[in-house]
Design a protein around this ligand. Sequence first.
Ligand SMILES: [Zn+2]
Length: 64
Amino acid sequence: MDESTQTESEQGTPTGYGFCSWHQRFAAGVRLINHIEQGSGPGGVQYACQPCRIQYNLVPFADR
Ligand SMILES: [Zn+2]
């Protein structure tokens, strides 16, 4: 049980499939951009897909 488990998810590949808050559709490779702490429902986080990150000049939360 000592095999390395960080092979596939850390190669700069897209994070996953999720809802893009900018174009309001589900997309592959969304990244967390913001999370807003307002405590009102599940809409506290905003994810953006790569085309929207480029178009709106968004910086992923983890890259700041
Ligand atoms: Zn998008």
